[in-house]
Ligand binder design. Structure first.
Ligand code: FAD
Length: 391
């Protein structure tokens, strides 16, 4: 591994820090704590933060300049994300559009598609969601059944998607749909579909945390215009796979930075509880700190690979396993060590912690499922990293 932060990187870091200090009016935790903020208001807070970031040129930073980027390096992008988390700034609402669809359009879209969709994606005027998973197609995504049938120059989409993050607020959805029922991988195509139309029904799903950040999407002959097919017919699987690979590495520095914020809160809570000096408490804390450093070192390794121009291979599954399983351990440990008052939600007047540990505990259940479950990551590591024999 050869990852050095150069003086230019450090200069960039202090620029980002200065910009966030000058522009962030309220920390995300304070927004969450504010009883005036329902789910819709919180989305608006996120949307206006996204608009500010876009105006300052911090979104799609590593994209070409003609598409709103600034040709930044992957290390600069990671530094920006790390500083955003350290400052506890609101997460942008269009993370699926910018994280997944934007790169897909840059690599596989037409000039017209880029011109039409990228500016509003960056500004947050149009929120996107991802329509890949279906009730019977999750880990085995290629078994998806949602279909697209030709209608003149256009397409009609029929079927169901599920676990659609941000579906209740999204304006558009990028959908994998079958254009050939018999060809498992080659029969899948990639469409851009407006959600505000006859034939699209988005139903929010209530989550264990009490929020409804995701939903189900039902298509009944929904219109996808011919010009909104990305790539060619039957290229959807290939595009989806490259799209998912762009996700890799982006969180190389953010996961440990997020954990630093939580660990600081945990230490503070234990100090107040008067239990920080107890040997078994210190041992559990030490384990979390050491594991977080392992995640950081692994993140640096991923970043170094990306910075050298190579794509991270199947070993990125190690990173996914590490952060998702660590997060569960961290919130479980916090609830155990901080005691009953950490079980109260952030807005309760009796809640003592700065962080909403109860919400984190509930949310962290999802980490080992989305972006490929832990079992799937272990399969990948055993087959493609360790070359273990398959049964
Ligand atoms: C919070 C959250 C947000 C999400 N957001 C989106 C989104 O925006 N858009 C979208 O399209 N999808 C989204 N998903 C869906 C996610 O991609 C799927 O949940 C995931 O791929 C797992 O699929 P599944 O839920 O159908 O479980 P299944 O694939 O049915 O798996 C069930 C269980 O079987 C295990 N299993 C399955 N296959 C194997 C195997 N070959 N070997 C060993 N074990 C196996 C799994 O590990 C799991 O424990 C989201 C999920 C969550 C939890």
């Amino acid at each position: 591994m050869d990852l050095q932060f150069t003086p230019q990187h450090e200069k960039f870091r202090s620029e980002v820090r200065g910009w966030i200090d000058a522009n962030l009016e309220r920390r995300w935790t304070e927004e969450l704590r504010d009883p005036a903020n329902g789910e819709n208001e919180l989305v608006e807070v996120r949307r206006s933060w996204q608009a500010k970031l876009n105006e300052a040129g911090y979104l799609g930073m590593d994209w070409p300049e003609e598409w709103g980027g600034r040709g930044a390096t992957v290390v600069e992008k990671a530094i920006f994300l790390e500083e955003s988390l350290r400052a506890d700034s609101p997460p942008i609402p269009n993370f699926l559009g910018i994280g997944l669809l934007g790169p897909a359009l840059i690599h596989h879209g037409t000039e017209d598609q880029r011109r039409r969709f990228i500016p509003k994606m960056l500004s947050g005027e149009e929120i996107w969601c991802q329509g890949f998973s279906e009730p019977a197609a999750g880990s085995d995504l290629a078994s998806l059944r949602c279909r697209a049938e030709p209608d003149g120059e256009d397409w009609r989409i029929t079927g169901q998607k599920v676990w659609t993050t941000f579906g209740p607020w999204a304006d558009w959805i990028f959908v994998l749909a079958r254009t050939d029922m018999d060809d498992r991988h080659g029969g899948i195509s990639f469409f851009l579909v407006p959600l505000d139309q006859e034939g699209c029904d988005v139903r929010p799903l209530l989550q264990i945390s009490g929020e409804s950040e995701f939903g189900e999407v039902f298509f009944d002959g929904a219109l996808a215009k011919g010009e909104h097919l990305v790539g060619k017919i039957g290229e959807g699987w290939r595009i989806a796979m490259t799209v998912l690979s762009y996700e890799r590495g982006a969180s190389a520095l953010t996961d440990p930075a997020r954990n630093d914020v939580f660990l600081a809160d945990l230490v503070e809570g234990l100090r107040e509880n008067g239990t920080l000096h107890l040997p078994d408490v210190r041992e559990k804390l030490a384990r979390l700190f050491v594991q977080n450093e392992v995640i950081r070192a692994n993140g640096y390794r991923t970043l170094a690979t990306l910075a050298s121009g190579s794509a991270p291979g199947p070993e990125s599954s190690i990173e996914k396993l590490l952060w998702s399983e660590y997060a569960q351990k961290q919130s479980e440990t916090a609830l155990e060590l901080l005691g009953p008052r950490a079980h109260l939600r952030l807005r309760s007047p009796l809640a003592r912690t700065e962080m909403d540990w109860a919400r984190e505990f509930l949310w962290d259940r999802a980490g080992t499922i989305y972006s490929g479950s832990s079992e799937i990551q272990r399969n990948i590591i055993s087959k493609r990293v360790l070359n273990l024999p398959t049964s």
